[in-house]
Design a protein. Structure first.
Length: 171
């Protein structure tokens, strides 16, 4: 709360007075972070593109507009900072579940080929997003950006290979 007030140029007391409580303020921050990170049309490539091009475009756009941003790292701070409040944990989980559902749905619409290529496309989509979250989380600890690029390229290549049914080295 003190850091937020300092960044806003006000006292912690003024900030708390305006919002009524720390929980109300943090709930508002949670809502804003997720609202600004909505998986809008900008990250979803056209299904008319070839699969490989679509996969690389998706990973690059998702990284640039969501997972590789300071805003996304701030959301991790919230995840770890709300453990003392049951209400905040519940709210954060509700927003996260809604966001994950929308991301998964949009991913599967962007890669309809997955339905014919693997038995659990939803599980694969969740794996993709877990990978993006993991790469972002490591960035919090200062993991080098060249490693991130290698991992992002490997993720895009994996999406491409799975969506085209080329999952073995001989294909």
């Amino acid at each position: 709360m003190t850091e937020i007030a300092r960044e806003a140029g006000v006292s912690a007391g003024a900030l708390q007075h305006h919002y009524g409580s720390k929980d109300i303020l943090i709930t508002r921050i949670i809502d804003l972070i997720f609202e600004e990170s909505k998986p809008d049309g900008d990250i979803w490539p056209s299904v008319t593109l070839p699969v490989r091009q679509r996969a690389y475009a998706f990973v690059e756009r998702a990284w640039q507009s969501i997972y590789g941003t300071e805003r996304y790292l701030a959301s991790w701070h919230l995840h770890f900072g709300v453990h003392a409040s049951e209400a905040l944990r519940v709210r954060l989980n509700e927003v996260r579940l809604e966001w994950d559902k929308e991301m998964t749905t949009r991913f599967l619409l962007s890669f309809p080929e997955l339905e014919a290529c693997i038995p659990d496309p939803t599980g694969f989509a969740r794996l993709v997003f877990s990978s993006l979250r993991g790469i972002a989380f490591l960035a919090w600890f200062g993991d080098a950006s060249d490693k991130n690029l290698d991992q992002l390229n490997a993720l895009a290549e994996s999406i491409s290979r799975v969506a085209t049914g080329h999952t073995d080295e001989g294909a």
